[in-house]
Write a protein that binds this ligand. Structure first.
Ligand code: HSE
Length: 295
């Protein structure tokens, strides 16, 4: 039985729609071994598909087939800490667990590039799958065939404080509300900010991050689907966050906060209660530079 740890991920990072993503210190765990049939169990009570529609299973089976290896079935145990449909890369974590797990069980016939490409093909975009596999902050371009990517480790004490609403927002719905065209001016607005984000994060110029997370491609449309989302952004800035952005397709909202901002989480929870959002969760996370690993 192999044991895997797979990180949650936060994609887009404001302006880097479908291109930027980073891994976080918040993990799913998957145990996997070959078996005669399908044996899938949730170890933490999270409801998951226990048949061939389980995403970890499906992804693993795909890899066995691609490699032309005989496949009889799998025994899979999952601990799903990453909440589903909340903008924290839960489906990418399952895809990566399946691909990485199957590759390990077969003796690693495929390399990292293959896994990055396949996972992006399954998910449709690379900005959660690539950092879930690789860790750090990943810049990725999926040209429809393959992913051109760079992983950079981030050595920072910054806190990534995620506010998780008590409702789901499916990525398909959050993509369906986006415009099909934007102006040249808005394209320049976004590409300049996406570039500014990674350069600023990596060089410690955190004062730039508030400008860098502004975006005209997705956040203005998706925020309409998140009641109180703008209140959370305002609260984050009033509590001294460097930046606040919609994590992935949402509905989770991320605040980037200085390590010295000691009571940010407690103050955010208090503010959420005042807004009547006592079921929303707040977690203080950091960047995971490792990505998926065998335990
Ligand atoms: N880049 C993707 C999106 C991430 O914003 O739709 C969510 O899976």
């Amino acid at each position: 039985m192999i044991k895997l740890q797979i990180p949650a991920t936060s994609a887009n990072l404001g302006a880097g729609f479908d291109a930027l993503g980073l891994a976080l210190t918040y993990y799913n765990y998957v145990n996997m071994e070959e078996a005669d049939g399908i044996f899938i169990k949730s170890l933490d009570g999270t409801p998951i598909p226990e048949d061939e529609h389980n995403l970890v299973y499906e992804s693993a089976k795909t890899l066995f087939e691609i490699c032309g290896r005989p496949f009889k079935g799998l025994s899979i145990e999952q601990i799903n800490n990453i909440p589903m449909a909340r903008g924290l890369g839960s489906s990418s974590a399952c895809i990566i667990a399946g691909l990485f797990g199957a590759n390990t069980l077969m003796g690693n016939p495929l390399g990292l590039d293959d896994l990055v490409n396949l996972s992006a093909q399954i998910e449709g975009h690379p900005d959660n799958t690539a950092p879930a596999l690789l860790g750090g902050i990943v810049t990725a371009v999926f040209d429809g065939r393959e992913v051109h990517w760079v992983k950079q480790e981030v050595f920072t004490t910054l806190k990534f404080v995620v506010v998780i609403p008590d409702f789901e927002l499916k990525t398909e719905k959050a993509r369906a509300c986006l415009p099909t065209e934007i102006s040249h001016k808005d394209a320049v607005f976004n590409l300049s900010r996406a570039a500014l984000f990674s350069a600023s994060l990596l060089t410690g110029k955190y004062q730039n991050l508030r400008t860098a997370v502004n975006d005209k491609l997705h956040q203005p449309y998706r925020m309409e689907l998140i009641p109180h989302g703008n209140d959370v952004f305002e609260t984050a800035y009033s509590l001294g966050a460097y930046a606040a952005y919609l994590s992935g397709a949402g509905p989770s909202l991320m605040a980037i906060v200085d390590a010295d901002n000691e009571f940010f989480c407690g103050k955010m929870k208090f503010a959420l209660e005042k807004l009547g959002l006592k079921n929303w969760k707040v977690h203080e996370l950091h960047i995971d530079n490792t990505g998926t690993k065998l335990l």
